[in-house]
Design a protein around this ligand. Structure first.
Ligand code: UDP
Length: 319
């Protein structure tokens, strides 16, 4: 990627989007963020305020938008945590549909490359384990998670259609659970919940019996995967996630260990359609991108500790 190029990042004020902006700036890009700030936060991009190669446009991409000529469209806008997409269900469907048409329209207009952040939710509550990109998934189209799952499946469909019908140079990253600094303390995801609870000495809320599994990728590994995919010519979906699988109970124990907390575990009901297991098969990313996550969960939680400590202290100061 050359020095003077310009990229637009939808959702660039979000957790992943803002880390992506940092990586693009390091590689010499000019970066424009388009974000409605519904779930994104200015604090995530505050450190870029005086960066001359950075620009922020506050806009909801469900309406058409035009950032001017760009060489790359990174389409990252969408509520992404189960609590956020349950709260903003219809908006989530609109961002995945209208927002995706608009993002692809920008790529088409400026002959820009395009990469979209899709999700392991495309696999639903999977019957194949671990999940390969060729697996079509097991999704409840009318359940509470469908606003996100189906929006993202539709996002992938629109992306492939723009490639087939309009020759847009597209890429699709399927993201598995990712964590790290800048996650919202109250977005309801398991790592922020457990970190907050552990640091406050509250009980850790394990849903169900905690035997369901997830595979957690530290944010710097995830961003490295996106950057490699962005530079590749692969247009079919690529899983970007850490293949080391933990039960949620093991995840709680890791958080207790890293924080040194004496919090207890409290069991709460399992949400409807909560996937029983999630683990990416990353053979394709390994082979195609030479990508391999490097940071194990204990290290990653350790790297996230300062951020969560500050977030908990800030929240306590406001109350
Ligand atoms: N979970 C939990 N306690 C919490 C939050 C989440 O046990 O306080 C569980 C949740 O039921 C799911 C897993 O942790 O099985 C991951 O949930 P998250 O909301 O982080 O993301 P998901 O992978 O379900 O999209």
């Amino acid at each position: 990627m050359s020095q003077s190029k310009r990229a637009v990042v939808t959702g660039g004020a979000g957790f992943l989007g803002s880390h992506l902006c940092d990586a693009l700036l390091v590689e010499g890009w000019n970066v424009v963020v388009v974000d409605s700030l519904l779930t994104g936060r200015l604090s995530n991009i505050e450190h870029l305020r005086n960066e001359p190669r950075f620009e922020f446009i506050e806009k909801n991409i469900c309406d058409p938008f035009d950032p001017g000529p760009v060489d790359y469209v990174f389409h990252f806008a969408s509520p992404a945590s189960p609590v956020d997409y349950a709260t903003h269900g219809i908006h989530t469907l609109k961002v995945g549909s209208f927002g995706t048409f608009h993002a692809l329209g920008v790529a088409k207009k400026y002959s820009a490359k395009y990469l979209v952040s899709s999700t392991s939710e495309c696999y639903g509550d999977p019957l194949e384990h671990p999940q390969k990109e060729t697996y079509w998934g097991h999704v409840n189209p009318i359940g509470p998670r469908s606003v996100y799952d189906e929006a993202k499946r539709f996002t992938e469909a629109v992306t492939m259609a723009y490639r087939r019908y309009h020759n847009v140079d597209t890429r699709i990253a399927r993201i598995f659970n990712t964590y790290g600094p800048r996650m919202q303390l109250n977005d309801g995801r398991v790592i922020p919940n457990f970190m907050k609870q552990a640091l406050r000495g509250d009980d850790l809320t394990v849903y169900g019996d905690g035997s369901q599994t997830r595979s957690f990728c530290y944010v710097s590994d995830e961003i490295d995967g996106f950057m490699r995919l962005a530079k590749s010519d692969e247009h079919l979906p690529v899983n970007i996630g850490n293949p080391t699988e933990f039960t949620i109970l093991e995840c709680a124990q890791q958080v207790l260990k890293v924080t040194g907390s004496k919090s207890k575990i409290r069991y709460e009901p399992l949400p409807q359609d909560d996937p029983k297991q999630r683990r990416p098969n990353i053979s394709k990313a390994r082979q195609l991108l030479g990508w391999e996550p490097k940071i194990d969960i204990e290290t990653g939680l350790g790297l996230s500790l300062d951020y969560f400590r500050k977030a908990v202290a800030e929240e306590a100061a406001v109350k």
